[in-house]
Design a binder for this molecule. Structure first.
Ligand SMILES: C[S@@+](CC[C@H](N)C(=O)[O-])C[C@H]1O[C@@H](n2cnc3c(N)ncnc32)[C@H](O)[C@@H]1O
Length: 280
């Protein structure tokens, strides 16, 4: 770590303080596993027994788990999977989840300072992570550095995060006129052209983007569970205001046209952008 402000993105800050897989899986409501499976099963160059893979910003390990499942189904073991994340809580949970996997190595690591040699990996996958670096450009450059010639890199971002307007609705009701809530990522990351340009500029070739439609199955406690990741949006709010925030989620979801599943939970649209590049 080169300075104390490294975790100043709200999501990264939460992650490095106390998030483990359980909090994350509850809040995300199922999409990490579904999207990871779609990514891993659609790689431009498939994973095989010789693959050396980086699951960068691995979170609760959805990509790693999808790779291990694919390898098991196809009857091979990948040469090596490195799962890394800034959050020690996440890394402990991933290590515990896959403690019997000889191919897996886990480490707490900043995506801006990857501790791997140049040209190491046949596959670099970073699902919804690099944008939470203090300097995402450094994160992209690091991934390019550690990708080996002939490798494939996949970076996912969000085109649609369906809960953002819901959060903003609540904020405007409780604190009218407060700055519009925005997802704490670099402007542009929701656009395919921006993603394509970002990876092309770093050196990747043949860069392609595809959309992956998914959703969050909102947990019952979403009104409170979501608050820690809203960064300074609720700074200075009283406990009573935060309690009202919690209680208003249903009203806001309805007002924002969020679909309700027959079982009664909110099905919140999430549309991912999967950007793939090759290193020559
Ligand atoms: C939205 S989660 C994505 C997790 C996982 N890849 C998935 O698809 O579910 C973002 C992850 O990025 C991690 N993260 C944030 N900043 C990071 C950084 N500078 N270096 C490494 N990991 C970071 C967080 O700890 C968190 O686990």
């Amino acid at each position: 770590m080169s300075d104390s402000k490294k975790e100043d993105n709200p999501l990264a800050a939460v992650a490095s303080r106390y998030v483990g897989a359980k909090f994350y899986e509850n809040l995300t409501g199922g999409w990490p596993a579904r999207i990871a499976s779609k990514v891993v099963n659609n790689l431009y160059r498939p994973i095989g027994p010789d693959s050396v893979i980086l699951d960068n910003c691995c979170g609760s390990g959805a990509i790693t788990t999808a790779i291990l499942e694919l390898a098991k189904d196809q009857g091979f073991t990948p040469a090596k999977i490195h799962a890394t994340d800034l959050s020690p809580g996440m890394i402990n949970d991933v290590r515990e989840l896959h403690k019997d996997e000889p191919a897996l190595q886990t480490a707490t690591m900043d995506a801006q300072e990857l501790k791997f040699a140049d040209n190491t990996f046949s596959h670099v996958i970073c699902a919804f992570g690099v944008f939470f670096c203090r300097d995402p450009d450094v994160g992209f450059q690091e991934m390019y550095r550690v990708a080996r010639p002939g490798s494939v890199t996949v970076v996912t971002s969000w085109m649609t995060v369906g809960w953002v307007p819901v959060v903003d609705y609540i904020i405007q009701k409780i604190r009218p006129g407060q700055k519009k809530f925005e997802f704490p990522v670099p402007p542009g990351f929701e656009r395919a052209e921006w993603m394509q340009a970002k990876m092309t500029t770093c050196g990747w070739e043949n860069v392609k983007v595809r959309e992956i439609q998914d959703y969050t199955q909102a947990p019952n406690d979403i009104g409170s569970a979501i608050q820690p990741i809203l960064g300074d949006a609720l700074e200075g709010w009283t406990d009573e205001e935060k309690q009202r925030f919690t209680e208003m989620f249903d009203e806001a979801a309805e007002a924002c046209g969020i679909e309700k599943a027959p079982e009664g939970w909110w099905k919140i649209d999430m549309v991912a952008l999967e950007t793939t590049g090759l290193k020559a």
